[in-house]
Design a binder for this molecule. Structure first.
Ligand code: SAM
Length: 439
């Protein structure tokens, strides 16, 4: 397969300065400009005639851009924190900004007037961390913020305030992202003993208010109010919520084969924002995750590969035989992880073909990876699986090389026996839905 480079850089870092996108950073999110470059291929079709889907929507880059062009959009996201952020962004065209402004003023007054009072909210009971997540002085202020949120009458306002708190809370906690969540002390940083929690949260809300005002102004010139829906469910099991043959553009980036643990890394947000109460809910989320996690599947029974494509079965056998002395921490555990991952790739391709219009475009950003020294060219394998499900490959666009890997990736490289250095890259796999009979 040919590699092209006709689509823009996918790095989420570019979103950090852009309205709406900048609300919350998301690991392996992609850039707004990348999504725009794909949607531009819709040309001068009536915006309302185009339905855009992101089955792994994260914090909503695809949906924000689709709505910005007047398209209807739908997304799936199993992480309730990401889904919350996405919903808050989708609602921004209809929110009453006068009410928002008044509530923000009331928030500043409330926080200033509450200094000496004991908060009513309690820290989440089942949230455990190795050291206190917030220092006592910070925790007290966070609980005051939660008291204020609990008193808000409108659901959307509660959501917007929770998003603002979620966006900034790690910044005044004793943890940081490196890129996985870890203690500040482990990264050589001091704990945060106190912070201006009210000022930091209010600053975020100010930014969000400004972005909403700008989005509402721009939308007024579009001539139509696009509709958007976000389902807080797995696309693999709930894709029937989208009609068969209805989607014109599918733009997405599923979790990569690098075992980045979205669930673990958002535990503070999930618990402190009241999106999850019990640890068992995290386990459910892990089971529903695309590709699962190595920690979830390594010790289970052998996972058989259903996804048959070029050399994958052989590569998995080779992986299974590596480092047997390490038991489930060696090749055996990683082979289970890879088999679960590619089986989900196959389930995804089938579901994607079901929802797409014949002739529709799917663009899937995905990275290669190295497990125990064996490289998996996920982009090529995914394209091959998609071809078996009724897609044709248009191109593999090389969008990034020298991707920064997670610690899992680096350790995989270290324990490997690969003779030559393998570079990590990202590819946008561009597919076209063929006649349905071959699906
Ligand atoms: C690479 S991120 C997508 C980021 C997104 N492109 C953005 O810009 O924000 C992959 C997302 O897929 C979500 N996810 C994992 N399994 C899923 C499933 N079965 N259904 C829906 N979403 C899932 C993860 O929680 C994560 O947010």
């Amino acid at each position: 397969m040919r590699k092209e480079s006709g689509l823009g850089d996918t790095a989420f870092a570019r979103n950090r300065a852009e309205p709406l996108h900048r609300w919350v950073p998301w690991i392996a999110g992609f850039s707004s400009s990348f999504v725009r470059s794909v949607l531009e291929t819709a040309g001068d079709r009536e915006p309302g005639d185009v339905l855009v889907l992101d089955p792994f929507v994260g914090v909503g880059t695809t949906l924000v851009e689709a709505m910005g062009r007047g398209h209807d959009a739908v997304g799936f996201e199993i992480n309730p924190y990401a889904a919350l952020v996405c919903r808050a962004k989708m609602g921004c065209l209809t929110h009453d900004l006068g009410l928002f402004r008044r509530t923000l003023r009331a928030f500043r007054d409330w926080m200033a007037g509450n200094v000496g009072r004991a908060p009513r909210a309690q820290p989440p009971r089942e949230f455990a961390s190795r050291v206190p997540f917030f220092s006592p002085a910070v925790e007290r202020k966070v609980l005051h913020v939660l008291d204020f949120i609990a008193g808000l009458k409108e659901d959307w306002l509660r959501d917007v305030f929770r998003v603002a708190l979620g966006a900034v809370m790690v910044g005044f906690s004793n943890y940081s992202y490196e890129p996985s969540l870890g203690r500040r002390a482990s990264a050589g940083k001091d704990d945060i003993l106190d912070a201006d929690v009210a000022g930091i949260v209010a600053g975020k809300l100010d930014e969000m208010l400004g972005d909403m005002a700008e989005a509402q102004l721009r939308a007024a010139s579009l001539g139509r109010k696009p509709r958007a829906a976000v389902f807080a469910d797995s696309f693999l099991t709930h894709h029937e919520r989208v009609g068969a043959g209805t989607v014109d553009f599918l733009i997405t980036s599923p979790p990569y084969l690098n075992n980045y643990h979205y669930v673990r890394n958002t535990r503070p947000h999930l618990f402190w924002l009241g999106l999850v109460e019990k640890r068992s809910q995290l386990a459910e989320m892990e089971r529903a995750s695309f590709g699962k996690f190595w920690q979830t599947v390594r010790s289970g029974p052998r996972i058989e590969l259903e996804a048959k494509c070029g050399g994958l079965a052989e590569a998995l056998e080779e992986l299974r035989s590596r480092n047997p002395e390490k038991g489930e921490y060696g090749g055996r555990g990683w082979a289970n992880y890879a088999a679960a991952y590619f089986n989900d790739c196959l389930a995804f391709c089938r579901a994607a073909r079901r929802v797409m219009k014949t002739g529709g475009t799917a663009v899937i950003v995905i990275g290669n990876n190295i497990l125990q020294g064996i490289e998996f060219q996920t982009d090529r394998l995914l394209a091959e699986l998609a071809e078996g499900c009724g897609f044709g490959t248009v191109a593999l666009h090389s969008v990034r090389t020298k991707r920064t890997g997670s610690s899992i990736v680096r350790s995989s490289v270290r324990v490997g026996r690969a003779a030559e250095r393998v570079e990590l890259y990202e590819t946008a796999v561009e597919l076209r839905a063929r006649e349905a009979k071959t699906a």
